[in-house]
Design a protein around this ligand. Structure first.
Ligand code: URA
Length: 434
């Protein structure tokens, strides 16, 4: 097949056939098509889009470019959860052990943070000793034993996505719905679960800047998953302000542990109340949202959800005592406070800008290989829309030194303002078909 014809077809807004898509992915992974030609095709897709059929074929070709996990040895409906990313989004850390405690086998494959968004793998690595690298058989036996395991992407999974994501990153083609949907769903399909609950975020702290694009991305990912035979659900989450109070790896794990102890802060609780029932129902353990939430609350108040989380930590070589003694987490050397300069309402202008504070502090990545400091971050004492008086503490900064604390303070103050009018708040979360 002549790859130039494939590029020209997409340039001229024609549909690509399954054979053309398979040929593109197989030969690119084999090193037979140069990056400059694939860049041209990615830009043509970025500009002219793909229909649902093409997006599905692209996803399956990417999923099948490497290993596909076989989780059939684990009894029950295996449920995975995915967030398209945000600032302070620690819901996976809470939802997975709660669902597992309710009897839903949770086989979770997660990613690292990049740019202004955090990643579940980095967060868990703030637990001393914790390992995210399990062989497939260890992963499966841990899910069977404890109901829950969480690993990083293995090297043999979706090699096509690894190559394409790196190329999109440097060719201005990341923000394209068919390419995002195929990238995420190829990894989810290869990870082998039976059901997927998607959390699709929108706003200044998300990839999708507006709610309409988030709904479209969710619709396409649901379509791909259903064609692949998976049970799919999606929730749409507002990310115009960070979720919860903590932003930064160890700080977010501590906030998640508090939620597992029954002390979730209000916005985290609101998201838990939607996502956790979706996971429990997807796993066939409840017939309604109310029944599922009641089960979840029972598992939290009895301490069983926290117990599952601790068992998972222990099975993955981490120190489960962190759940009872937060001083065992890596500690930042300097703690400083940021104060309100006037009376008014705190208004978040740029949620991604607040996420960038963690990067400024050395706790977020600019390149995929970068080492990060897991102790640093922010504790937002005041949330969007809350009233403040001059001199009130708006947030605490955990840093390695005073210079980085000052840079983060400036970054934080550029991302928020104090207004006379109360800012308009969006609906935080809803299930797509609500
Ligand atoms: N996350 C992914 O895995 N892929 C994308 O393209 C965007 C977000």
């Amino acid at each position: 097949m002549n790859f130039i014809n494939t590029i020209e077809k997409k340039r001229d807004k024609e549909r690509l056939s399954k054979e053309e898509i398979r040929d593109f992915i197989n030969r690119y992974v084999a090193g037979e098509i140069p990056d400059y030609q694939v860049s041209a095709l990615l830009m043509a897709i970025y500009l002219n889009g793909c229909d649902d059929e093409e997006t599905y074929e692209l996803t399956m070709a990417m999923a099948e470019s490497g290993d596909i996990m076989d989780l059939s040895g684990i009894p029950g409906i295996k449920v995975d959860k995915h967030s398209t990313g945000g600032v302070g989004d620690k819901v996976t850390l809470i939802a997975a052990p709660v669902a597992a405690a309710c009897g839903v086998p949770t086989a979770k494959m997660s990613g690292r943070g990049l740019g202004f968004t955090g990643g579940t793998i980095d967060k868990l690595e703030s637990i001393p000793g914790f390992s995210v690298s399990l062989e497939e058989d260890e992963f499966i036996s841990q899910v069977k034993k404890t109901g829950y395991a969480l690993i990083g992407q293995t090297k043999d999974l979706t090699p096509a996505d690894k190559l394409l994501y790196a190329l999109r990153d440097v060719t201005g083609t990341v923000g394209c719905i068919p390419l995002i949907a195929s990238s995420i769903m190829s990894k989810k399909i290869a990870a082998g679960s039976d059901a997927i609950v998607l959390e699709v975020t929108h706003g200044t702290g998300a990839f999708m800047k507006d709610e309409r694009s988030a709904c479209e991305l969710a619709r396409i990912m649901i379509d791909i998953g259903r064609r692949a035979g998976l049970y799919m659900r999606a929730v749409i989450t507002d990310m115009n302000e960070p979720l919860g109070h903590a932003i930064g790896n160890s700080l977010e794990v501590i906030e998640a542990i508090e939620a597992l102890k029954g002390n979730a802060v209000p916005d985290v609780l609101e998201v838990m109340e939607v996502i956790i029932p979706e996971m429990i129902m997807a796993g066939g353990k409840a017939g309604s949202k109310e029944e599922a939430w009641k089960l979840a609350v029972d598992q939290v108040s009895s301490g069983r959800a926290l117990e599952v989380f601790k068992k998972m930590i222990e099975a993955q070589h981490g120190n489960p005592c962190v759940a009872d003694d937060y001083s065992l987490f890596p500690q930042a050397a300097v703690k400083t406070e940021v104060y309100a300069e006037r009376n008014g309402y705190l208004s978040v202008k740029d949620c991604a800008g607040i996420g960038e504070c963690v990067k400024v502090l050395g706790g977020g990545r600019i390149t995929k290989e970068q080492m990060i400091d897991l102790s640093v971050g922010l504790d937002m004492k005041v949330k969007n829309g809350e009233r403040v008086s001059k001199g009130d503490c708006l947030c605490e900064i955990y840093s390695r030194n005073n210079n980085e604390a000052e840079a983060a303070r400036k970054q934080y103050l550029n991302s928020v303002e104090i207004t006379d009018e109360e800012p308009v708040k969006n609906r935080l979360i809803y299930t797509l078909d609500d």
